[in-house]
Write a protein that binds this ligand. Structure first.
Ligand SMILES: O=C(O)CCC(=O)C(=O)O
Length: 259
């Protein structure tokens, strides 16, 4: 039973989910402000990881060549899209307290889920150009998008862990405006190396990208991607929402999806 029937503001939605001023530590807020990302460890326990891994493979098997199509397919990777509608196990991902506190901290205004996807770098592939999940932004323009990477497998120095260039979320323009080759290693880049169950929230104006998986095992992750509410979603959640998903969601979750 949900006590509140209708939510009209993002502040009400995140409060209903339990987010407070204390949900993030000062250190976590500073990391988002200055470096443009923060890593939370221990966000998924062993049982949740097992469920998510099994679901991931079940969906890959079921969707085959179509996997990822609702949003994006990418050579050298396996991708899934529209996870909101593909299992109850995903409900707690995009409604997680720490995640929503971090997204609100970055965007500082009304927001909604843009998409909930998954991506793994298959052995021998996965290198992406350094990119921001948004086009060119002026230096003092507000931030528009915030992403989160949910590690379903450990991210190691060799298995295609995401790279980020700290502080670049503050830069105007595109990576190419700074005279770099976005496919090459950047002198200031850092790899997100963390155990499965960790979540890296990135202000996704930050330059980032997948790296080459040099191991023989795949590297799976989910991306819960958010946008300021005035923009279009990467996946039109209202168009895709299934009745059985809608019916089980809280008013706060529906508000976050904008359905
Ligand atoms: O999965 C990753 O390591 C990052 C993926 C990414 O940045 C993207 O697909 O745009």
């Amino acid at each position: 039973m949900h006590h509140i029937t209708k939510i009209n503001r993002i502040e009400e939605a995140v409060q209903a989910i339990g987010v407070t001023e204390q949900t993030l530590t000062e250190e976590e807020k500073n990391s988002l402000n200055e470096k443009g990302f923060v890593v939370f460890t221990g966000m998924l326990d062993a049982a949740e990881l097992e469920t998510l891994r099994a679901k991931y493979e079940e969906l890959m098997e079921k969707e085959g060549m179509n996997a990822g199509k609702e949003v994006h397919q990418e050579e050298g990777t396996r991708r899934l899209s529209d996870l909101v509608n593909k299992g109850e196990c995903f409900d707690s991902v995009y409604t997680n307290q720490k995640l929503l506190a971090a997204v609100y901290h970055v965007l500082k205004r009304e927001f909604k889920l843009s998409s909930l996807n998954a991506r793994d770098a298959i052995p021998g592939a996965g290198l992406q150009a350094l990119h921001a999940d948004w086009g060119s932004r002026e230096e003092f323009e507000p931030f528009h998008v915030c992403n989160s990477i949910w590690l379903i497998d450990d991210f190691t120095p060799d298995n295609g862990a995401t790279r980020i260039v700290p502080g670049t979320h503050k830069l105007a323009g595109y990576p190419r405006d700074y005279g770099i080759d976005p496919r090459e290693r950047h002198p200031q880049e850092e790899l997100i190396v963390a155990p499965a169950g960790s979540v890296c929230v990135i202000n996704s104006h930050l330059w980032h990208g997948g790296t080459l998986n040099r191991t023989t095992k795949t590297r799976r992750a989910m991306h819960a991607y958010f946008t300021a509410r005035e923009h279009q979603q990467q996946l039109d959640q209202a168009a895709y929402i299934r009745k059985r998903t809608y019916d089980r969601l809280s008013p706060a979750a529906r508000y976050i999806l904008d359905v």
